[in-house]
Design a protein around this ligand. Structure first.
Ligand code: ADP
Ligand code: MG
Length: 520
């Protein structure tokens, strides 16, 4: 009988899971009361009753007004709440409900759980980490430790039975973790040595995940159905719900089979469509390119030993192949894409139970980092053209309060045919209510190749180090043409009164200053 099981919890944007260390020291996932190892992070509110997980997912389109999903994405946003039947639910409330279900179901299997290690994205700031701890405590735990998701995945790689044994590792290793989840893609550099594991660089795209691949299939099938029968299944919530579940199933089948089928039905019409894996890859190429680009930029900027793939959507063979092609390294795929993070959190929990020095090193490292607390004072980004409104708006790549150093890369596109020049206006957010932003400097790529079509991809990377130095680079993807600018943030670590920056509001940016727009 295990008296104090060591437990790890992964509260994900789309799926959550829980694991413990068994008596042999192996991390084992614990099924929920429906028998699943992954619990959809979805809450359905029904007359003061909460339905959590797959049952809620089944109703997510039909009862969309009663359903809350993607709560993790809003963690730390004080304005965000969901109002259902006159009651407000904050992101912390939703996290509490989901973690409570994980704990309640796991308790039936392994007995009472008082303490756990919960994983959070490397990009979470201290406030968001505190909110996650608060949710876990409100869900019934007595003590909570927080670990970075990529660090947990790296620990699983280092300690797990399918990973590399400790003694086989060199004195120090650099591991890149590429986590393609439901709604986000995080690429993190993790450095390991015999006493600690720490994050040294992180980048990612907050709007790139499995959902985008589902949308590609959804659009393809719904358009085909409309052509066949003149009606669109997306117009009716029940038909849409049915198609959403079919799309999820076929997407998973296409990860293991060269072709699969799905059925679409609406207004009395019904048809089964075959989809080839190759066809799915062709339709999703623009998404795959964004994952490759994020990973190859990280590997170009830093030397590393391994690329570790995790996150449910990394199961798609097109992701594994693209990362291999882009980096020249075979990604490590031996770990479970669904459970490497939660298993790593369970290993850490086990080490904390036995008061291991290594575990204290990992948490101690986080504490030291917090004590030094070098956080980005204002969000950093560039000015882009908003396609919907045709206005110039700031687009922030690194959110305010991100721990430094921080790096972020995103892909943008040119806005006219034969564009010769990309001129990036680098801006930071300001604290004023009118959402104005401040101009920090510019970065220009001149003399782009002739006849570049509108929509040509431009990778923009912004990196900010602890010494207030910002490095901005822009690269035209097809030709590799690149420009780099280095500037110093005037306010970081200094008196804000010394700012000598030009202040612009969205309406005052001249049209010629805007030469790219967001790719998605
Ligand atoms: P998160 O951490 O964001 O909650 P996960 O790592 O659990 O997300 O990944 C969820 C995503 O992975 C979903 O979009 C899901 O559709 C996708 N996914 C899960 N299994 C597969 C598979 N076998 N093939 C393709 N996509 C998958
Ligand atoms: Mg995840």
């Amino acid at each position: 009988m295990i008296t104090h099981p060591a437990v790890g919890i992964d509260f994900g944007t789309t799926y959550s899971c829980i694991a413990y260390l068994n008596e042999h020291g192996d991390a084992v996932s614990i099924p929920n009361s429906e028998g699943e190892l992954n619990t959809p992070s979805i809450v359905l509110v029904e007359d003061d009753r909460f339905v959590i997980g797959t049952e809620a997912l089944k109703w997510s389109c039909v009862k969309s007004k009663q359903v809350i999903q993607n709560a993790k994405r809003h963690m730390g946003d004080s304005k965000k709440h969901w109002n259902i039947a006159g009651k407000d639910y904050t992101p912390v409330d939703v996290a509490t409900l989901i973690i409570h279900k994980l704990l309640a179901d796991a308790t039936i299997k392994i007995g009472p759980i008082h303490r756990a290690v919960i994983s959070v994205p490397a990009q979470f700031n201290d406030f968001q980490r505190e909110l996650m701890s608060e949710a876990a405590l409100r869900a019934g735990l007595k003590s909570v430790d927080v670990v970075n998701e990529p660090v947990a995945a790296a620990l699983c790689f280092i300690l797990g039975p399918e990973g590399v044994w400790f003694c086989e590792l060199a004195e120090s290793q650099t591991i890149f973790v590429c986590d393609l989840g439901g709604g986000t893609c995080d690429v993190t550099g993790v450095r390991y040595d015999k006493t600690k594991v720490r994050v040294f660089a992180s980048s990612g795209d907050m709007h790139l995940g499995g959902i985008d691949w589902s949308n590609v299939l959804m659009e393809k099938i719904a358009n085909q159905f409309r052509q066949d029968f003149g009606v669109d299944p997306r117009d009716d919530s029940e038909s849409l719900q049915y198609l959403t579940l079919e799309v999820e199933n076929i997407k998973r089948s296409l990860s293991v089979r060269p072709r699969a089928a799905l059925t679409c039905q609406h207004q009395g019409y019904r048809k089964t469509y075959n989809v080839e894996q190759q066809q799915f890859e062709d339709l999703s190429r623009h998404l795959v390119d964004r994952v490759s680009s994020l990973t190859s930029i990280m590997l170009r900027d830093y030397q590393g030993d391994f690329v570790l793939l995790t996150g449910g959507a990394s199961r798609m063979p097109m992701i594994r192949n693209a990362i291999h092609k882009a980096t020249g390294k075979s990604p490590i795929t031996s770990l479970s894409p669904d459970f490497s993070v939660v298993h790593g959190a369970a290993y850490l929990a086990g080490m904390l139970e036995s008061d291991s020095e290594f575990a204290r090193g990992i948490l101690g490292q986080a504490k030291t980092k917090r004590a030094r607390r070098s956080l980005l004072a204002q969000a950093l980004g560039i000015v882009v053209r908003d396609n919907a409104t045709q206005t110039r708006i700031p687009h922030y790549l690194i959110p305010k309060s991100t721990p430094l150093p921080a790096t972020a890369t995103q892909t943008f596109v040119t806005v006219i045919d034969n564009q010769k020049r990309v001129r990036l206006q680098i801006v930071q957010s300001s604290d004023t209510a009118d959402e104005s932003f401040e101009h920090l400097g510019k970065c220009v790529i001149d003399g782009l190749v002739s006849n570049l079509p509108k929509g040509a991809k431009i990778d923009v990377t912004i990196a900010c180090d602890e010494n207030a130095e910002i490095r901005v680079s822009a690269r035209e993807v097809a030709s590799g043409q690149q420009a780099v600018a280095t500037l110093t943030r005037p306010d970081l670590g200094k008196d804000a009164g010394s700012k000598a920056v030009e202040k612009l509001t969205a309406s005052r940016v001249e049209p010629h200053q805007v030469f790219i727009c967001h790719a998605s």
